[in-house]
Design a binder for this molecule. Structure first.
Ligand SMILES: *Cc1c(COP(=O)(O)O)cnc(C)c1O
Length: 432
């Protein structure tokens, strides 16, 4: 569910017509619905109510301070993967003690930073990392709270670039070796074993892989509780969202119907896993990113040219792959709709950006409402892994970000200026 809908032929985010935002703040622009973020969080929270649980939002999905602030106010924790993300959480008024620090490549500097500040736990992904954390804690005369990421070798059946829970991946410690690794960690002087973690992949659209992985880990988790008194079991993130409702009719009511029938909801997810987790008597952490933010954002863009070649139609817009790389990177589908509905004529078109790369497209040969120069389009489901992956390729300033709450909207990140793009660059004196 989300709060983007047509009213009198105008696409609205909550109570605000997106064309009003486009007119006031220009394009390309990301627009986020505060209410959608909140309701996704609360739906998951309610579905897991039977468990002692904490939702640790995966910051990497959308790390805008206003988004993090929204999560903090809802009582969420945070799943972070870098020092920068911890600093963002703190800057947004979140609690560093509620941060879970994941990632296979934590540097010494990052570990020391997290130890100084205090975090919920490091999710360690290898033995050398445990040794490094232990040594850093010893140097700083601290005790490091840790959990180990277990790779359960379960295929999440999702896109290859977002599958993380099989032995083909760099993530976590193989299931068969985990007990040995915990035994080693227990002998390290400056570690405190706090929990165990898994995360099998992203954009999962059925509950089976989650169920399979949890089932596989339960005996291990019980054993770890008995031996080391672990306090939490983090089951990772990965809940998928509906990207592709085949919105050819441009009718968002139909979108919602499709979504209602979709396979993975917080309820269907919880029904499968809560009965297995409840008897453990542990705090259950869950690390959703996409589920919270994905359908809470759109990218709005202006049509610059409509170009017809002999064979094809191209709609050239002012957003590009540097703003939203998911189609190029993950073959991702984003529904594209006009901000203002006009008639029912549809033509097949590619929607492309201005960048000189064949990969700079948002869709190919898709039947879309006929548009002309100056019209606006919205790329839907662009709340997660979208702005955060934006780059300045082609010296394009990153788009502005706007958050809507009911009838109010505010810039939550200003549009970059050209001068900011080279503010860190210098011409050496010997070139002058
Ligand atoms: C990316 C990531 C998540 C979030 O994944 P989503 O698919 O966005 O829910 C959670 N935990 C870890 C360790 C991650 O790397």
């Amino acid at each position: 569910m989300h709060d983007f809908h047509y009213k009198n032929g105008e696409l609205h985010c909550e109570g605000v017509p997106l064309s009003k935002i486009a007119a006031k703040h220009g394009t390309p622009a990301y627009v986020y619905s505060h209410t959608t973020i909140r309701s996704h969080f609360q739906k998951l929270d309610q579905a897991l109510a039977a468990l002692d649980h904490t939702i640790c939002y995966a910051v990497k999905a959308n790390s805008n301070l206003a988004v993090l602030r929204t999560i903090a106010k809802l009582g969420g924790g945070f799943d972070v993967v870098s020092k920068g993300e911890i600093e963002r959480v703190v800057a947004a008024g979140g609690d560093h003690n509620r941060c879970l620090f994941a990632g296979v490549g934590k540097t010494e500097r990052e570990i020391e930073f997290a130890l100084h500040l205090g975090i919920h736990a490091f999710n360690a992904e290898s033995e050398p990392e445990l040794e490094r954390i232990n040594a850093a804690a010893k140097r700083l005369k601290k005790t490091a709270p840790i959990s180990v990421r277990v790779n359960p070798n379960v295929d999440a059946k999702t896109h290859a670039k977002i599958t993380t829970g099989t032995y083909e991946n760099k993530f976590g410690i193989a299931f068969e070796q985990v007990k040995k690794v915990y035994a080693k960690a227990a002998k390290m002087s400056h570690l405190q074993i706090k929990g165990v973690q898994m995360h099998i992949g992203s954009q999962l659209t059925t509950a089976e892989p989650f169920e399979g992985a949890v089932k596989k880990l339960i005996p291990l988790v019980k054993d770890l509780k008995k031996r080391y008194g672990i306090k939490f079991f983090s089951i990772g993130g990965g809940l998928g969202i509906v990207y592709e409702p085949a919105l050819e009719s441009g009718n968002l009511t139909w979108w919602k119907k499709k979504e209602a029938a979709s396979i993975l909801t917080p309820q269907s997810y919880a029904e499968r896993i809560v009965p297995m987790l409840e008897p453990l008597g542990l705090e259950i952490l869950i690390e959703p990113g996409r589920f919270i933010a994905g359908n809470a954002g759109v990218l709005i863009t202006r049509v610059e040219y409509v170009k017809r070649t002999g064979k094809k139609n191209f709609t050239i817009v002012d957003a590009a792959m540097n703003d939203l790389i998911r189609p190029a990177f993950y073959d991702a589908h984003h529904d594209i709709v006009a901000l203002t509905k006009k008639g029912d004529t549809r033509i097949n078109t590619d929607v492309v950006g201005p960048i000189c790369e064949a990969g700079d497209y948002f869709c190919k040969d898709r039947p879309l409402q006929k548009v002309k120069e100056g019209d606006y389009l919205a790329l839907l489901s662009a709340g997660a892994y979208s702005f955060v992956m934006a780059s300045n390729y082609n010296s394009r300033p990153k788009p502005t970000e706007i958050m809507v709450k009911e009838k109010q909207f505010s810039i939550v990140r200003g549009r970059e200026s050209a001068a900011e793009l080279w503010s860190q660059e210098k011409v050496p004196s010997w070139l002058k």
